[in-house]
Design a protein around this ligand. Structure first.
Ligand code: NCD
Length: 334
């Protein structure tokens, strides 16, 4: 995330806005015709993998995909560097998700083509943070608010959540932000990120109390206990379910227009439920708008990396097809 300055972020968002007609299938573009994305996912993923792939397809490019470490040559002892050299010979851009911290950086150092970090262990998940901030901006604008001076609460496993880590770095680029951090004892945000935010002028308030943590904010960013990052399942189980947001708690403690976000997946099993499904009818629940925004932001990233952001429209036609799609707000088929 440190590679981005505020002007870069604004540029990505401006291009993402222009990608909407393509994501809506009003137009198809062939601007990346012939280009190959290698989507390398060595940890569980659905939305990140599919939305990166869809974004590339929507720009007219081709996607090759590997999922699971067990089906790659890494299990034969191949180093990340060899792997990167080989794969970059087959690709024009690579997205990698891998369980080791720093893996994307190591991979990129040996790759001949640009590499996007799709999540490196508990460290970072920068494209998620970009789509989160894009969503925050859109939701705030719909309430006539601005990102500078806004108030956000991050809830849950702030120690292991890589989306949280990248988002905190990104938030440090904005003015007068208030960041409330509420986590179970032992799952607090990394100290260096708290210090970074304070140094850049943000107001940071930490607590271990869900009910206190969710009050007086514009955005609530709820996260899952990252059970795959704990030494034992018992330890993960101890934390799961400690912080749960549902409609009753929301109504009692949150301001009436507080927007609810979550990087997803939410843990809907009985022991988890950090974000209760009884919030699904709440119009301030933005989680599915957030996932849709992921496609726009990832299209923008590719368009900028390939330096074709201004040519996307020149290679556009109307699609030859139209598929029925249920209207998300009304539920009606169209
Ligand atoms: C996140 C991840 O993998 O870090 N998911 C995602 O990419 N949307 C968050 C999570 O798994 O809890």
């Amino acid at each position: 995330m440190q590679q981005f300055e505020r002007a870069d972020v604004e540029e990505i968002f401006e291009v993402a806005d222009r990608m909407r007609p393509f994501a809506r299938r009003e137009y198809v573009t062939s601007v990346l015709k012939g280009a190959i994305l290698s989507n390398m996912f060595f940890e569980p993923s659905t939305r990140t993998r599919v939305s990166f792939g869809s974004a590339f397809n929507l720009l007219g490019g081709n996607v090759r995909e590997t999922t699971g470490i067990e089906s790659s040559s890494i299990v034969k002892g191949e180093s990340m560097r060899d792997f990167a050299r080989v794969l970059s010979g087959y690709s024009d851009v690579i997205v990698i998700r891998h369980p080791e911290i720093g893996s994307a950086t190591e991979f990129a150092s040996a790759s001949a083509v640009p590499v996007v970090n799709g999540g490196d262990g508990a460290n970072e998940h920068p494209s998620q943070a970009l789509l989160d901030l894009y969503t925050i901006r859109a939701e705030l604008e719909s309430q006539q608010k601005r990102v500078d001076g806004f108030r956000i609460a991050l809830i849950g496993d702030l120690a292991n959540g890589r989306a949280v880590h990248s988002l905190l770095k990104l938030l440090s680029l904005f003015e007068n932000v208030t960041v409330k951090l509420a986590s179970p004892q032992g799952l607090g945000a990394p100290r260096d990120l708290v210090e970074l935010l304070r140094k850049r002028g943000a107001t940071v308030v930490e607590s271990h109390d869900l009910r206190e943590g969710i009050q007086r904010v514009d955005i609530l960013y709820v996260t899952r206990v990252q059970e795959e990052r704990f030494g034992t399942q018992e330890e993960a189980d101890y934390y799961r379910g400690l912080f749960r947001l549902n409609q009753e708690i929301y109504s009692k403690y949150c301001e009436s227009n507080t927007v609810i976000m979550h990087p997803l997946p939410r843990d809907s099993r009985a022991q988890g439920q950090e974000l209760d499904v009884d919030l699904d009818a709440n119009p301030n629940l933005a989680i599915f708008r957030q996932t849709q925004n992921g496609v726009l932001v990832r299209m923008a990233l590719f368009a900028l990396m390939f330096d074709v952001a201004d040519e996307v429209g020149q290679h556009a036609t109307r699609p030859n097809w139209r598929m029925r799609r249920r209207d998300e707000r009304t539920g009606a088929a169209n």
